[in-house]
Write a protein that binds this ligand. Sequence first.
Ligand code: ATP
Length: 462
Amino acid sequence: MAQDQLIEKIVSLAKRRGFVFPGSEIYGGIGGIYDLGPLGVELANNIKAVWWKNIVYSRDNVVGLDSSILMNSSVWHASGHVEGFVDPLIECKKCHKRFRKDVYERLYEAKKRLFKKASAGGGNPVLTGEEMEVLLCKDGVHRPQDFTGPRLFNLMFKTHIGPVEDESSETFLRPETAQGIFVNFGNVVDTMRVKLPFGIAQIGKGFRNEITIGNFLFRVREFEMMELEYFTRPAQAEKDFEYWQKERMDWWLSLGLKKENLRFREHKEDERAHYAARSVDVEYNWPFMEWGELEGIANRTDYDLKQHSKESGKDLSYFDEETKEKIIPYVIEPSAGVGRAMLALIIDAYHEDGNRVILKLKPELAPYKVAVFPLLANKPELVKLARSIYEDLKKKFPTVWDDRGNIGKRYYAQDEIGTPFCITVDFQSLEDQTVTIRDRDSMKQNRIKIKDRVTSLKKLLS
Ligand code: ATP
């Protein structure tokens, strides 16, 4: 299947089956904003729960936090975001569309050969949606000379606190959750008796007024991030960086992403964010752009804590009991987007078998763990027994009921949303108190005793 066809199918499945809806759709939508539907919120919650379990619950030295989205604007001045959280923006002098310089260059370079061929009479180049948006002008193709020189554009959304809209009330929607962690560093050290090295983890919304949006959930303007700030002694930072690189790659693999679709990419010096001494991305091989960031791992050094100490006048140093010295720790930050995780997981899980679509999500990520059906909806004795099994299972697992259409269609409908198991109550069930349990991936059906339903499912789900 062609790669652009694959992404079209995924966008359509996401809408049709209630994973992702365009934001404010009935008013024509809003650029770069999506809503999670009933199944999307389950998938996102499962991803976040697995992350939290891995990062916080399975470690002795990581604690959680949930800081606010709105912060004192001094935070964003001190952190360098007001000055430095910028992208170079270029504008076409003819059609006045604006793009991120690096996005234009990436797409232009990739398509240059095709354009050369096309202008020499070699037919029309096939462009993806993002390429069409960026490369095509109203009367031809954007060439580098069509653009103004780059201007720096700050990606933070401005807002005001309180009724008066002047400079003193101005602040920003956070573009990363990390600053909430840095400003609470002292509070966590004082209350939790943490010892270096230790981490503070947070999941929350971030907002970026991206210049060029697109590729579905890949680049949006409002998204959730899963961030860990891992504070460590400066001399240990490089080693911890390597440790987290490996941890994070192992985590993505444990979710079921394909090894061949993941790689690391080290940032060049001129690419790094204003606070980073080293950055390595975990990249995924996206069908619409080939390799692109899934998660960023950065060595933010002591930059943020030092800046906040200086600007707030509060001492954010840490007294190291081991060396009896006050130090400002370094911080290693793995930061991943929930939306990009969802998209990569759906892409890798998507399978077609004839006209059957199967989302081979790992059971722990699947929105529903089990579906329960009566074989026939018009046989009250089957419905009654199936209903009692359903009512019981839904107290223990996310469970869905379906009695519409024929049984084959119901199986297919569950395959498409990734439900790993389907339980069917048939006529034999009435006689011997067994039901069939069908496996999504093998399509095999086994009979289990109704009284063993919970233990059997638990075993299968693990
Ligand atoms: P990019 O280079 O793709 O713009 P970034 O380097 O700005 O990404 P980070 O600041 O490292 O991204 O953000 C951490 C994570 O948040 C990213 O790895 C990605 O998963 C997610 N993310 C960042 N920007 C967006 C966005 N506009 N839409 C969706 N997810 C995003």
